[in-house]
Design a protein around this ligand. Structure first.
Ligand SMILES: [Zn+2]
Length: 345
């Protein structure tokens, strides 16, 4: 069990109903109103332009709280604006995604082979525009990061799935700056990593000591058991999403590339199951990554935070525990990791 970040929680708790730290007979769970927590979603993206409020209300009404994750300067800002429209239950992270550190040369591939695409992300941008070679402006992001609704830095990290060699250095540099920012503002990291776990771990090993005791979450974790072990040792948590409801990935390949039925193992087991069984439930969080990676049985539709219930159900099945246990534990993990309290405006 990682040390819960109790001092940060206590600092932020102002509502007298939530002074649970002064009453040890009570547990965090007594005060948690969400049933499930979608720790990585993007309802600020263009995909929700026409019905954003309906989608968010649908989740909140179902007891699902969420963190809208920024991917570059505009989606980071709009994640904060979205969060401020709700008195509670909607939070934000701000950061620069590794694929936005270079001008995209893979638009066609991405749009051509993915069932969902980055076009969702760009409100009012030309269709098919995927990334813009943004320079990381530390002061701009620091200013956003200090907002009360911002609970973490990212998504940031490394993505070697589609890139040229020289852009690796740029990604590493931008990732290091965001680790520095997370240490600076004392908020955890929201890490994206694809096909780059050995470099990711090499960067995190010497830098994690500057971060909080719960340094962050590796979102959409696709690494091996060995990668998980190293990241657990550093204190990281892991979030899993809709892909666990349908994918049978072959290790070392991206889940998107291998999620086709033909790649499924005949025994019905997947590498996700092996990794999920290995990671203790108190280091696991749930996500949708909406509008992407829609869980079964909603495949083919746009994803949204309310569908997190399907991810929770599958998690309970893999972990062989009750849905209640998954719900309570993952929500509690989320509150501890992100130092959340009920902020009333
Ligand atoms: Zn994402």
């Amino acid at each position: 069990m990682p040390t819960p970040n109790l001092s940060r929680l206590a600092e932020q708790i102002e509502d007298p109903r939530f002074l649970w730290t002064k009453n040890r007979d009570r547990t965090i769970a007594d005060y948690m109103t969400p049933r499930l927590f979608d720790v990585h979603t993007h309802t600020q993206f263009a995909a929700f332009h026409d019905d954003r409020d309906t989608v968010i209300r649908r989740a909140l009404d179902a007891g699902v709280w969420m963190i809208n994750v920024g991917t570059q300067r505009d989606t980071s800002k709009s994640a904060i604006e979205t969060a401020h429209r709700y008195s509670e239950g909607v939070y934000a992270t701000v950061g620069l995604h590794p694929i936005h550190t270079e001008k995209s040369y893979h638009d066609e591939q991405e749009l051509g082979t993915f069932p969902y695409s980055q076009e969702y992300e760009n409100v009012g941008e030309e269709k098919g525009f995927t990334s813009r070679a943004e320079e990381f402006d530390y002061e701009y992001y620091k200013n956003l990061a200090e907002d009360s609704k911002v609970v973490g830095i990212g998504e940031c990290g490394l993505d070697y799935y589609r890139l040229s060699e020289e852009t690796k250095e740029k990604q590493k540099d931008v990732f290091l700056k965001q680790i520095e920012l997370a240490a600076d503002v004392k908020k955890p990291l929201m890490v994206h990593c694809r096909n780059a776990f050995s470099d990711l771990i090499s960067i995190l090993q010497p830098t994690t000591s500057n971060l909080l005791p719960n340094p962050g979450v590796i979102h959409f974790f696709t690494g091996t058991v060995d990668d998980a072990r190293k990241l657990l040792d550093l204190g990281f948590s892991f979030s899993f999403g809709g892909v666990i409801t349908f994918a049978r990935p072959v290790r070392g390949k991206s889940p998107e590339a291998t999620a086709a039925p033909s790649a499924r193992a005949s025994n019905g087991a997947s590498d996700y199951e092996e990794v999920i069984k290995f990671i203790p439930l108190d280091r696991i969080l749930l996500e949708t990554d909406a509008p992407y990676v829609t869980p079964a049985p909603y495949r083919g539709k746009r994803n949204e935070p309310a569908y997190i219930s399907e991810v929770a159900r599958k998690m309970a099945e893999i972990k062989k525990v009750s849905l209640n246990n998954v719900s309570e534990t993952t929500v509690k993990n989320t509150f501890s990791l992100f130092g959340l309290a009920i902020a009333r405006e």
